[in-house]
Design a binder for this molecule. Sequence first.
Ligand code: ZN
Length: 288
Amino acid sequence: MRDFSTDHRWLSINTATLRGEGSLDRIVAACARHGIGAIAPWRDQVAGIGLERTARLVREHDLALSGYCRGGMFPAMDAAGRRTALDDNRRAVDEAKALSAACLVLVVGSLPGALAGAPLSKDLFAARSDVHDGIAATLEYARSVAMPLAIEPLHPMYAADRACVNTMEQALDLCDAIDPTGSGDLGVAVDVYHVWWDPKLEAQIARAGRARLLAFHVCDWLVPTRDLLEDRGMMGDGVIEIARIRGWVEAAGFSGWSEVEIFSREHWWKRPADEVLRTCIERHRSVV
Ligand code: ZN
């Protein structure tokens, strides 16, 4: 297992962690001040300053992209809706490619309308079927431009609205069904926040192996958690044994970035970016 205690060369910052700082150019400048080597930006943040300007900033600061957030949201009520989702995923692949991202992260979606608070269906099986077909179609295009796709299983509390893929096992079953060769074009993003509770986690990480492990996201699970989406903890402030999980991931062959992804409306998004980054670096060394 790599020693993270003396430097932060493997630390990546998911730019959602610094939403409180405002626009992406300010976030990139803050990361540069702290010697961060990689980021994972969100599409809305990139759209905020433009793709070309983002690409220029990434080059200027010699930043790698540990991932690009995000594609997915495949299920829809009809063919036109599914087509719209595929078109959008194609654009996401192109943006990820323009920024030389390590992978495009997929949050696959679930019941149509649920994310807006008005589910139009209760058919989780149909949603899963749309997800399978959507990933297969997107993979075909992503392969043609050499952009790996990383399915991110989400905690089951999001099963209705954000993702009907909720465990590593389920995500890997999908990978095996769609991409049986295990070429490295399709894999998973392991986010400790979503999977730490899973009794099968160690075995499924081993099953994933180097070819399927495309990203590793860290934060912590706070007790109590006050908001289902925006109350993630700083590493070390919650109950996840992050280093143990990183040990499993690295034993399986993963040697990429450790990406800090913290949605924290009431705490970290209200702190100055320099304080957030100083804390990320310190915790990356001590508890990741
Ligand atoms: Zn994540």
